[in-house]
Design a protein around this ligand. Sequence first.
Ligand code: SF4
Length: 291
Amino acid sequence: MSQPDLTSHFLELIRRASTDLRPDIENALHAAREREAEGSAAQGALDTIIKNIALARQKSTPICQDTGTPIFYIYYPEGWSTLKLKKQARDAVAEATAKAYLRPNAVDSLSGKNSGDNLGDEFPSFHFHEWEEPYLKVDLMLKGGGCENVGIQYRLPNAKLGAGRNLEGVRRAVLDAVHQAQGQGCAPGIIGVAIGGDRGSGYTRSKEQFYRDLDDSNENPELAGMEERLTGEANSLGIGPMGFGGETTVLGVKIGALHRLPASYFVTASYMCWADRRRTLIWRDGEIEIS
Ligand code: SF4
């Protein structure tokens, strides 16, 4: 099969992700604004956020000055070259940086030097999965640094939290994660949770929760109930938008579970800020769709 050059489409995917927030998140922010007290600092913060989102879309400029780490999940049919896909996506990232859709964010950890084009070792980040579908799907997330800093992993049991190796323990760990983050992850955020796995797979799976629609429901009824309960309980903590106090600390909580070793029980909570920038590209029979 001759593989198409998708570089320009990847560039558009990045532009859309960086400048055009998805409707599920934007609608949730509008609903949050309505819940806050008239004239409160929380409502003021949400007004500013909502205004920024509209301006970014109108001017095709980044929603937030920190355009984050680009994380690509690429699902491809048999016969596609991942080397080519990776090169095209990296070229698109460099071009998006030159066009200021992305801020240069890739810094050499030893020298402190910024590569200037968002390219570096494991930067951007790629996850390739061959699948049985006949089409290509590319999910892109731009993960901000401030919210990444407040991600946290717990090893249960945790005596301080009174958290055992069960769903109640998971609940206690997640509420502690939200409490510790306060407004520093740029609340209201979304909490991605992974139960189990090892330390690495826990963080990966917790971030994969962010690719779910905000208003979806977990296929597992037990986890669906816990997601709903934790969203309500996190919002009753009173941390509020940007930590100013108020009704909306999180827009949602999403939970996944992995198998684990009998010896370990990790609960990993990743935090996504209100600037939850993600978009999906589908290539099917030569046609492109970005949503
Ligand atoms: S955490 Fe999110 S909203 Fe806050 S500065 Fe970073 S990217 Fe922007």
